[in-house]
Ligand binder design. Structure first.
Ligand code: ZN
Length: 482
């Protein structure tokens, strides 16, 4: 079901019930939305109402479920509804919510999927954008044994493995290989928890809306009937019993591997927070909401970086080049003879590497010095700052609207002279960003030998406010408009 076009619902669908964690009653109405809206939650019981886009940037809490928030406003347990929407191919929807949490209903995404099937999808004109995995991305949390990988694949596939080291809930696998199977194979899998967790969760004030109708309770060791009754009593089921499959419930399991399938459902719901359906293959060992979101943040950072790079680097580069000289000229306002960066070979949110080839034709060698040409130390710092200025691409949305001014150069050391024929390699690490002021640690190397190091502090100054002013006490400004 890899749609070419965006889709929304033909009509609104609505649900009512209690939230699993808050126990509060709530009402949800999922309404059709225009092209390119994406999925947006709206807390309608606030005045004015509060819109929270279903995007990873708005995830605020991962205690047993995924919670979105803006300011003080929260919407808990969004993952099953999101899984239903993305699993059924809904690109745009406005989800009005009255209450703090999406109702848990039967603990699965089945009621949502059935409602979507009932009203059907409305194709829209705009193309569907996909989040395409172009290279393997890996997330690991060794302590928890979590391992999530995304691999390139022209479609969507996901495999989840769970292993709770318990006799009842040993290793289980669940796989989705085509979206067509989602409504029957994944959506009906209900949320679950282990019996030993129940009391703890109860006393921590979680799962206030938990009942034996909306969650599978897995009995992970031997309990006496008295223990079972005591725990059951907390949830209003004093006469609860354990059935032979190790499940505390009168409802039979919907699938032998229902817990693994539910983890797959949760993963699909969390992936929806990327803001576009994913093209790729996901393999997740022991995933949970916290790991899923950490993984999404990794993916999100990569896509942000790629977007930034594509904006300036418009032609393919040779390997190991992120920005070539043409891209650098689009980013920095410097021109000959004051553009002192030839290429950028590494660029991330908090570090950058740039290269300057120093030739005998550099204008500064004419008089510095005639018989002993060495590169002026302050120009090495200037080149370092120009490389560092490119890091600001991560911080401002419209970098063309700002100048970057030096505020300070600290601990500058010049270790050895730089002469014609040298290749200067600048490595800068971001130390701190606060209120548009950015501190970086820079090092310059020639053939792996340190030639210069310094800590640079620079500030972003909007272009329209600074005509003629200098942002630096020393009067030296590197003016990297980035
Ligand atoms: Zn879940």
């Amino acid at each position: 079901m890899a749609f070419q076009k965006q889709h929304t619902l033909k009509e609104a669908i609505s649900f009512e019930g209690v939230g699993l964690h808050t126990g509060e009653p709530s009402r949800v109405v999922v309404q059709p939305a225009p092209e390119n809206t994406g999925i947006v939650f709206v807390r309608e019981d606030f005045s004015p109402s509060v819109e929270i886009p279903a995007q990873v940037d708005y995830v605020v809490d991962l205690m047993r479920s995924t919670t979105l928030g803006m300011g003080e406003v929260r919407i808990h347990t969004v993952e099953h509804l999101l899984a239903a929407l993305v699993g059924m191919g809904v690109s745009n929807a406005r989800i009005s919510v009255w209450g703090p949490e999406v109702p848990i209903l039967d603990g699965s995404a089945k009621p949502f999927v059935e409602a979507i099937e009932r009203v059907g999808l409305q194709p829209q004109k705009a193309e569907q954008q996909y989040y395409v995995i172009e290279e393997p991305v890996h997330y690991q949390d060794k302590q928890r044994g979590v391992d999530i990988a995304a691999l390139p694949f022209d479609g969507f596939r996901a495999t989840v493995m769970v292993d709770y080291n318990s006799q009842v809930l040993g290793m289980q696998l669940a796989t989705l290989v085509r979206w067509e199977d989602f409504p029957t194979e994944v959506a009906p899998a209900r949320t679950f928890c282990l019996l030993y967790e129940l009391e703890e969760l109860y006393h921590r004030g979680l799962i206030k809306g938990g009942t034996l109708d909306n969650a599978i309770v897995i009995v992970d060791r031997h309990y006496t009937q008295e223990e079972l009754q005591r725990i059951g009593g907390l949830f209003g089921y004093p006469d609860v019993e354990m059935v032979p499959e190790g499940v505390l419930n009168n409802t039979p399991l919907r699938f032998e591997n229902e817990p693994a399938r539910h983890k797959l459902l949760d993963l699909i719901g969390d992936l929806a927070l990327l803001g576009a359906p994913l093209k790729g293959q996901i393999i997740a060992m022991r995933p949970g909401h916290a790991a899923n979101i950490a993984f999404l943040r990794t993916l999100h950072k990569l896509i942000q970086k790629k977007k930034i790079i594509q904006r300036f680097q418009r032609t393919p580069t040779s390997q190991n080049v992120v920005f070539d000289i043409h891209a650098i000229r689009r980013i920095l306002p410097h021109r000959y003879p004051f553009l002192l960066v030839d290429k950028i070979t590494h660029f991330s949110q908090d570090s950058i590497v740039g290269i300057k080839n120093v030739t005998i034709n550099e204008p500064f060698f004419v008089g510095h010095f005639e018989d002993n040409p060495i590169m002026p130390g302050v120009l090495i710092l200037e080149a370092m700052a120009q490389v560092g200025g490119i890091l600001f691409l991560n911080i401002v949305e419209n970098p063309q609207d700002y100048w970057v001014y030096f505020l300070a150069i600290d601990n500058a050391r010049f270790k050895r002279p730089v002469i014609p024929g040298d290749q200067l390699v600048f490595k800068l690490d971001l130390l701190q960003i606060r209120r548009g002021i950015c501190k970086m640690a820079g090092k310059a190397y020639v053939e792996d030998k340190l030639v210069c190091e310094a800590e640079l502090t620079a500030s972003l100054v909007p272009k329209k406010t600074i005509h003629g002013e200098s942002g630096s006490a020393s009067g030296h400004s590197n003016q990297s408009s980035v």
